[in-house]
Design a protein around this ligand. Structure first.
Ligand SMILES: Nc1ncnc2c1ncn2[C@@H]1O[C@H](COP(=O)(O)OP(=O)(O)OP(=O)(O)O)[C@@H](O)[C@H]1O
Ligand SMILES: [Mg+2]
Length: 372
């Protein structure tokens, strides 16, 4: 096992634009880090640079204590698992898993022990004699995982390994992968565009956009204290509501106004808003922080026109609009609600955020000194 360190890593394919634009990331020994972001943000490129499958344009990449910028992929002691499985079709499952060890001239009984051990861990023992084409997608992905495990590398690299599986199998395999990491504790870097996968798998989630890291933190940190509008919108499902308006000073405190709506701000949020009176801001409220009733009678409320109600079972999603036309989505406990009616929703204002304007507008609660 080893730590992996990226210092000011840059990648340009055409010598003009940087698709990875100065990434700094330290992945601790044994840590499971997930790179997540929209299509084209540079996740696979970053992973492929760690693997040695792409040249690094600038910066320093270290695995363990060694700078590996110019080390061949096969000498980096990493194992990569791809979305496409990349199995050898003419070889049996056993052979597929044993192949890399045979190349390394590992003794036969040692290979046998490792292959059987990995197969047992992954529940594929009964398929060892089959060819990949006689397996389902989920079974093939297990073989691909097995092939990585038998090598006992310093680091696993995963590029969207579950995206070819159907939703149920994806969720199951995800849980198994997590369990596997708890057993093996091998340093892992995992790429996905699925925020839910990132949140459930990662010890740490690295949110990328436009070749930059927007935020790196535990799942709870990126959910609870998103550094900017991009992270706020990307992490969390359904996405955070953003009410555009500005902070105002009133005799009795600080408020947030947005065309005909005024909400009193309290606590830390009020303190931060005070520094930005009169400026354009977005009030970010997660759908799950809106409720039909509140235990706190002083909670500020908004009125929405209910357009659509989607029952989810215990919970429901209410789609509506504010008087000023802005769309609002609330996820609340399921209860009969009429469409085309007006509904009062309480805001858990202590969990709300204020953001500066723009795609990457900063969260006022995340000041650079790190105190919230
Ligand atoms: N071999 C290549 N040559 C030129 N440009 C490339 C190459 N590979 C990737 N790119 C570009 O680099 C950018 C980042 O691509 P990358 O594959 O890293 O994105 P990604 O975050 O993995 O996206 P996805 O979620 O779609 O897999 C994209 O704009 C892509 O078009
Ligand atoms: Mg990719």
């Amino acid at each position: 096992m080893a730590n992996v360190s990226l210092k000011s890593i840059v990648k340009s394919y055409d010598g003009q634009t940087n698709v990875v634009d100065g990434i700094d990331l330290n992945i601790a020994e044994g840590e499971f880090v997930v790179l997540v972001g929209p299509s084209g943000c540079g996740k696979s490129t970053t992973l492929r640079m760690i693997a040695g499958l792409e040249d690094i344009t600038a910066g320093t990449l270290s695995i363990g204590d060694c700078v590996v910028n110019h080390v061949e992929p096969k000498n980096r002691d990493i194992a990569m698992v791809f979305q496409s499985y990349a199995l050898y079709p003419h070889m049996s499952v056993y052979k597929n898993m044993a192949f890399a060890l045979q190349l390394r001239k590992t003794p036969k009984d040692e290979i046998d022990r490792r292959v059987k051990d990995a197969a047992a861990k992954l529940g594929i023992t009964e398929y060892l004699d089959r060819k990949p084409k006689a397996l389902s997608g989920g079974q093939r992905q297990r073989v691909a995982l097995g092939r990585a495990i038998v090598r006992a590398p310093a680091c696993f690299l995963f590029d969207e390994p579950l995206s070819n599986l159907d939703a149920k199998l994806r969720a199951e395999t995800r849980a198994e992968l997590k369990q596997l990491h708890q057993q093996l504790k091998t340093t892992s870097v995992y790429v996905t565009h699925d925020q839910e996968e990132a949140m459930t798998l990662g010890d740490r989630v690295v949110v990328m956009s436009g070749g930059h890291i927007q935020q790196a933190g535990t799942p709870l940190e990126v959910y609870g204290m998103p550094a900017n509008r991009f992270v706020a919108g990307f992490i969390g499902m359904p996405a955070m509501n953003m009410i555009e308006g500005k902070a105002v000073q009133r005799d009795n405190g600080v408020g947030f106004v947005s065309d005909g709506i005024e909400l009193p701000l309290t606590g830390k949020l009020a303190e931060h808003a005070k520094q930005a009176i009169g400026q354009k801001l977005g009030l970010g409220v997660r759908p799950e922080h809106l409720s039909l009733t509140s235990n706190d009678n002083n909670a500020p409320t908004i009125n929405i026109d209910v357009q659509v109600v989607e029952m989810l079972g215990a919970m429901m999603d209410i789609y509506g609009t504010l008087a000023n036309g802005q769309r609002i989505l609330a996820r609340t406990e399921a209860r009969p609600v009429e469409t085309n009616s007006e509904l009062k929703l309480a805001i858990a204002i202590e969990k709300a955020h204020l953001f500066e304007p723009g795609t990457y507008g900063a969260n006022l609660r995340c000041d650079p000194k790190g105190s919230h």
